[in-house]
Write a protein that binds this ligand. Structure first.
Ligand SMILES: [Zn+2]
Length: 246
């Protein structure tokens, strides 16, 4: 027997128990742990984003009044969305966060939602647009038209997909085709996609087949035109200085 095998189930992943005189197999702790690890690996949330939580999404980083109003409205809409998540799921409705300004909190919010949904036990996948395109390019270069990359398969099958920084690349034909493939598969299967982008849906350069599906299946939510990266960096610095001088 494998020496690494679980001592409780002997590595089978199941334990036999008896309930009301009926013998049945239940999942061992080691199998539950393995499933959880696979779910986290599949999600592929960047390490730096793992601590982003809805509870610690700070609104005080925005200095402009307009930005605060904008982020307050966004948070309200997101709360309603998450409270009614089962309805959103059956309608296949996702979210589309946009603002021209980098560092306005879109990615941070998308990652916070991803972490929240993961905690609820959902299957989530996080990918940046540039990473997806890089994988597509690799597939294309290898002339492996008939075998989609593993990432592309995962993007189509993931129950909830986050595409970060969507719409930044020049929409040449093959990019349009591949994005259409992913978005259309998800559209047909009514799977939820959450986008972040630095432009509104109607200003995306992708072809109408893509933008129409996104329009139909997401709530577009505007984010402030203000970067909070600087503020967060200053705050972190201040906290660090305080910590080392204590
Ligand atoms: Zn076990």
């Amino acid at each position: 027997m494998d020496s690494d095998a679980c001592p409780i189930c002997g590595g089978s992943g199941y334990i036999l128990t008896e309930e009301n005189g009926i013998e049945m197999a239940v999942r061992c702790k080691c199998l539950k742990r393995k499933i959880e690890q696979n779910r986290l690996r599949f999600a592929n949330i960047p390490t730096g984003f793992c601590e982003y939580k809805l509870q610690n999404f700070s609104l005080s980083g925005y200095r402009e009044r307009e930005s605060r109003e904008c982020i307050t409205a966004a948070c309200k809409a997101i709360k309603i969305y998450l409270d009614r998540f089962e309805d959103m799921r059956s309608a296949g409705l996702g979210l589309y966060f946009y603002s021209r300004t980098k560092g306005s909190g879109k990615t941070r919010m998308a990652a916070s939602i991803a972490n929240e949904l993961l905690e609820r036990g959902e299957q989530v996948k996080f990918a940046t647009s540039s990473h997806i395109l890089k994988e597509i390019k690799d597939t294309w270069r290898n002339d492996s038209e008939y075998s989609e990359s593993r990432l592309l398969d995962q993007l189509s099958i993931a129950e909830i997909l986050i595409i970060d920084d969507f719409g930044t690349e020049k929409p040449v034909d093959w990019i349009n085709d591949k994005f259409y493939h992913i978005i259309n598969e998800r559209y047909i299967a009514k799977k939820i996609t959450i986008f972040t982008s630095n432009m509104p849906i109607n200003q995306l350069d992708y072809d109408d087949r893509i933008t129409n599906r996104i329009k139909e299946r997401t709530y577009a939510i505007a984010f402030p035109e203000e970067s909070i990266r600087e503020v967060i960096a200053e705050k972190n610095k201040a906290e660090m200085i305080r910590a080392i001088s204590e």
